[in-house]
Design a protein around this ligand. Structure first.
Ligand code: ZN
Length: 195
């Protein structure tokens, strides 16, 4: 059955979903009410149509700029620098940080041929000047690439009148921000170290 095979093949391309799970999902959709399948298809379509990157910070947003960038309640003198847009959601969930964000769009990885030019560092420099930023908190993952990127940013802003700090304790080396729980993340913010 082509329609069933197509659905299974597409679902099995999702991260963490093997052929077996994909089949179970497809059969579930087949068994469920027509409304559910329609709503699922619509929500995926809406996700791709409405959600895009904030032109200022690079986070996922449905409005331009994103609600964080335009909020009068956020501390505009502090920017938390993260690797990918979903990191913003992880840190927001911890409710520990009240400044702005900057999404790098990757990490410096010489072995993979990814240099600083591939990241949004030009935009970060502009934002730091315009917003008169006093602190950059680097929240890249504690990996070799995450550390390399943090040190590069520290050097980039060495002449600027600001502090560059790095999330400290809690997240083990080689760990991933995405899987850190809220309390661990809150401790990481409070215990951040000046680079
Ligand atoms: Zn934004």
């Amino acid at each position: 059955m082509k329609a069933l095979d197509d659905t299974v093949n597409l679902l099995s391309r999702l991260p963490g979903i093997g052929k077996k799970t994909a089949s179970r999902m497809a059969f579930y959709i087949l068994r469920s009410q027509h409304d559910f399948a329609e709503a699922l298809a619509d929500s995926i379509r809406q996700l791709k149509t409405l959600v895009h990157f904030c032109p200022e910070c690079g986070a996922y947003t449905e409005s331009d700029p994103c609600p964080i960038c335009v909020s009068p309640l956020r501390d505009r003198s502090t920017i938390c620098v993260v690797e990918q847009p979903q990191d913003v959601l992880t840190i927001e969930a911890s409710q520990e940080f009240h400044g702005l964000y900057h999404v790098l769009g990757g990490l410096i990885a010489p072995l993979d041929g990814i240099g600083p030019d591939a990241l949004t560092l030009d935009l970060l420099q502009k934002r730091v000047q315009v917003l008169k930023v006093k602190e950059l908190i680097i929240a890249t993952n504690p990996t070799v690439e995450g550390d390399t990127t943090a040190l590069y940013i520290k050097k980039l802003f060495v002449e600027y009148p600001l502090t560059v700090s790095r999330l400290a304790t809690g997240i083990p080396f080689g760990g991933d921000l995405e899987y850190a729980d809220r309390i661990t993340l809150a401790h990481s913010f409070r215990g951040r170290m000046v680079l």
